[in-house]
Design a binder for this molecule. Structure first.
Ligand SMILES: [Zn+2]
Length: 490
């Protein structure tokens, strides 16, 4: 018998401090694809959908994939966008399905509800009832809520940051769905939580305590009745009640043994919360190192952690750029600088034109620096479409929208319209910038950049420019998180 499986991808990481609402247009800007389009564009890359299709193919499932939708991390999702996206899932749900597979980031906040994914599942359960098997994949930056765990039997998160095992995670979750639909197992998911904003040692899985936690989790998964253990560093830029790191244990039964597994891992996150894995420099400190960098070792990569568009920062902070100008860094590139007006203006000029303009810093100058008045030479203009080549984005398309490269005093500045963090070399190379040949590569990203940029780097340093995703959480006005909360109070 072929199982009939309904699937959908609705993905958003909501930074509740970002003033720009996430509208349907924001989803269209990243991707909003109907089933067949989604399978054509995303069915054979590092995606949950590819993992689902791998397993579905192995077991002869009849998969009805209705939608793949994701917007760049940003402000709260509007009710119109939520209802439109979820509506396509709900309207397909009222049939005779054997199981449902959902690809959810797990950190969506809407303008009417703190727990976007819990609300998706709640609405879905009103149609399919309490017992139909539902498997969910999560990003480990999920703020996994009690409702999410109560409403889906199976929740499985990526185990890597940078997220290079997305397809493998899709496979793991789909295998568990197969076993559940066939009656082999009867899983549920237990949740263990810590009152922390800081995302468990930066969420890093390439070094530090998370390596040991994941090794322990994989060992626990070999025990009878334990099927998946997810460790979520969570997403701190969400002023919601259920923010914070979680350990999810997908298992048969709420037993003392299963609780001990989740509790052990979760308590370790708390106990080792002070183990900081990045040295966060100021922009000025980073610029000093950049000035003195010897090119022979390979480029110095300077990551602006705080202005990461991949966490809902505006991506237009200028603090690091102005610090690089101040130290007269040469042979550098910087990107992306999210400034739609500047990108549009630069696109009215031919390559080679000398242009004076106001760049960046327009959204929230108090966070990371205000506009810079610059004169430079236009080096590239056009459409910002990129097809990735690296471990995260290989074969997947992203678009920066109208894009330009402006050369100012030794620095190639990538000026774009649609926000993305820098996580693939193609995001520079497509626009005539070869980061491997630069002395200094300044980019906006927290950790994902390492997957593609570590292999070309002479050294990597990280700075906190004071932009919206600053680690100085006291600069943000948290009102809804429970107190006491680490590191605000503890
Ligand atoms: Zn993530």
């Amino acid at each position: 018998m072929s199982f009939k499986v309904l699937s959908a991808e609705i993905s958003h990481e909501t930074n509740t401090f970002n003033i720009h609402p996430t509208t349907l247009r924001c989803f269209q800007d990243r991707y909003l694809l109907k089933g067949d389009q989604a399978i054509a564009a995303r069915g054979d890359q590092n995606t949950e959908l590819a993992g689902l299709l791998d397993v579905g193919h192995d077991y002869g499932w009849l998969v009805n994939h209705v939608i793949s939708a994701a917007a760049g991390p940003g402000g709260k999702v509007t009710r119109e966008a939520f209802d439109t996206l979820v509506g396509s899932l709900l309207s397909a749900a009222d049939k005779d399905w054997d199981g449902i597979f959902l690809m959810l980031h797990g950190a969506m906040v809407t303008d009417f509800c703190e727990d976007g994914e819990g609300e998706i599942l709640r609405q879905l359960r009103t149609i399919v009832g309490p017992d139909l098997p539902i498997a969910v994949t999560l990003d480990p930056h999920a703020n996994a809520t009690t409702n999410m765990c109560d409403l889906a039997q199976i929740l499985v998160s990526f185990t890597t940051y940078p997220h290079i095992d997305i397809r493998a995670t899709g496979r793991r979750a789909a295998e568990l769905l197969q076993r559940t639909m066939s009656g082999d197992i009867q899983p549920r998911t237990l949740r263990f939580h810590q009152p922390m904003l800081e995302e468990a040692n930066g969420g890093r899985t390439d070094l530090g305590p998370m390596i040991e936690r994941h090794a322990l989790a994989r060992a626990y998964e070999t025990r009878k009745g334990v099927y998946a253990i997810s460790i979520n560093g969570a997403f701190p830029c969400a002023d919601i009640a259920e923010v914070g790191p979680t350990v999810l244990v997908t298992c048969d039964g709420d037993t003392a043994e299963h609780r001990a597994i989740g509790s052990t891992l979760s308590k370790d996150i708390w106990a080792r919360r002070h183990e900081v894995l990045n040295t966060y420099m100021t922009s000025a400190e980073a610029a000093q190192i950049a000035r003195d960098w010897s090119t022979s070792a390979g480029p110095l990569i300077v990551a602006d952690y705080a202005d990461n568009p991949g966490a809902g920062a505006y991506g237009d902070a200028t603090g690091l750029l102005s610090a690089l100008f101040a130290t007269k860094v040469r042979d550098a590139c910087f990107g992306p600088l999210i400034d739609p007006a500047a990108a549009a203006y630069l696109n009215t000029h031919p390559v080679g034109a000398k242009v004076t303009l106001s760049l960046g810093g327009k959204t929230a100058p108090a966070f990371g620096g205000g506009p810079l008045e610059l004169t430079g030479t236009v080096k590239w203009t056009g459409d910002g479409r990129v097809v990735g080549s690296g471990p995260i984005l290989g074969g997947l398309e992203r678009s920066f929208g109208p894009t330009a490269v402006l050369h100012v005093a030794g620095i190639d500045i990538l000026v774009v319209t649609i926000a993305h963090q820098m996580l693939d070399l193609k995001q520079f190379e497509t626009f005539g910038i070869d980061p491997a040949r630069k002395s200094v590569v300044a980019l906006k990203s927290m950790q994902h950049f390492r997957a593609a940029f570590a292999p070309i780097a002479g050294r990597i340093i990280v700075c906190d420019s004071g932009a919206l995703c600053t680690l100085n959480y006291g600069a943000l006005n948290y009102q809804n998180v429970p107190r006491p909360m680490f590191p605000l109070d503890i």
